[in-house]
Design a binder for this molecule. Structure first.
Ligand code: SAM
Ligand code: SF4
Length: 335
């Protein structure tokens, strides 16, 4: 008998109220740390959730306590029906947010405003145009940078995600922090994480410790103000005194924050992942299409959640390709 009151609580007592939905496996960039060099096998369209299915399945999660939803991908704005999905989800009593590379966002400013999306996470890993092409394999730096300017002009609450990679952009750490001097943005430095096909190697990791060392060497340590982290926040938040914006470090590799995890993920083909790092996932979509209840499946998936990083509870385990290559590529999970 399913206790539907608690189906989103795992066996460690963590309640999951934050659902991240990947709307598509496609992308208009090819970030090498996300998209495998040979691309990914795309799921046939008929096996992807339609906008109605997204709404119906998400409504069930909301019934069981989800209060925050993030739309991601792939690139969510590549979904032709993104405006319909946003409109439908805006009817639910949740905070709605979106993560994007920004390339197409200028077409959707009115939609975002109309349906109450005020928080945008935008990815930009370098402030140097030639390096942008090197990491994304596409020449969209100007468009991305213009998106940042547009979103600020339109008063969106903007976070910029930066995946730090050794010998690629670690030397831009201070330049990114300096952006916060005049811009009211939060820069989030994300440790490079291992996923199938992304050629992760611990040598490429710029850890929280190294980030703090660089900051302490550049700024007077008394200028670096530690901000209060919100409950369930995956980021450690800071600002430079007197600067308009702030910055944060997401240290999933060197310093995981699994104890307070409240996140679950739904892939574009309707599978539930209880952790970003889990090598297993469970389809909800077929059962849903067959008209059967998906709540018992959700409950089982949640009870199976590992305490730390999908069972990779040490850096040694994370370094074993055999473990993380059983997971999907990031492009098909949704970060
Ligand atoms: N296309 C959108 C974007 O780039 O923001 C949304 C999807 S993307 C998969 C979501 C986030 O995951 C991005 O901020 C990206 O930088 C991050 N990401 C992708 N692969 C990663 C990796 N291997 N390690 C850390 N972050 C990663
Ligand atoms: Fe596309 Fe985002 Fe992945 Fe880059 S990080 S390839 S923009 S999904």
């Amino acid at each position: 008998m399913v206790n539907t009151e608690n189906i989103l609580t795992d066996s460690y007592g963590r309640h999951h109220n934050y659902l991240r939905i990947s709307l598509t496996e496609k992308c208009n960039l090819r970030c090498t740390y996300c998209m495998p060099a040979n691309g990914v096998q795309l799921t046939p369209k008929a096996e992807l959730m339609t906008s109605d299915e997204v709404y119906e399945i998400v409504s069930l999660f909301v019934k069981h306590g989800v209060t925050k939803i993030r739309l991601t991908g792939g690139e969510p704005f590549l979904r032709k029906d993104i405006a319909v999905i946003i409109e439908k989800l805006s009817q639910l009593p949740v905070e709605l947010a979106i993560t994007t590379n920004g390339v197409l966002i200028d077409r959707y400013i009115d939609v975002l405003k109309k349906f109450g999306i005020t928080k945008i996470n935008l990815s930009l890993d370098t402030l140097v145009q030639s390096k942008f092409k090197h990491i994304t394999l596409r020449d969209q730096f100007v468009k991305t940078y213009q998106a940042i300017q547009l979103l600020l002009k339109e008063s969106f609450e903007l976070k910029i995600n930066v995946v730090l990679i050794k010998n690629f952009n670690e030397d831009e750490l201070i330049d990114f922090v300096e952006l916060t001097k005049y811009l009211p943005v939060k820069i989030r430095f994300i440790e490079f994480m291992p996923f199938d096909g992304n050629q992760w190697n611990v040598e490429k990791l710029v850890s929280l410790e190294e980030i703090m060392q660089q900051l302490n060497a550049h700024y007077n340590p008394s200028e670096i103000v530690k901000l209060i982290d919100e409950k369930n926040d995956t980021a450690k938040n800071y600002k430079i005194e007197s600067y308009k914006g702030s910055f944060a470090v997401i240290s999933s590799v060197s310093n995981p924050f699994c104890d307070t995890c409240n996140r679950i993920r739904l892939t574009a083909n309707g599978s539930l992942k209880n952790c970003l790092f889990s090598s297993t996932e469970t389809s909800l979509l077929q059962q849903f299409r067959d008209g059967k209840s998906i709540e018992p499946i959700i409950e089982k998936v949640m009870k199976r959640k590992h305490r730390v990083r999908g069972g990779m509870d040490s850096l040694a385990k994370l370094k074993e390709p055999a473990l993380h290559s059983q997971n999907r590529s990031m492009i098909t999970i949704g970060g």
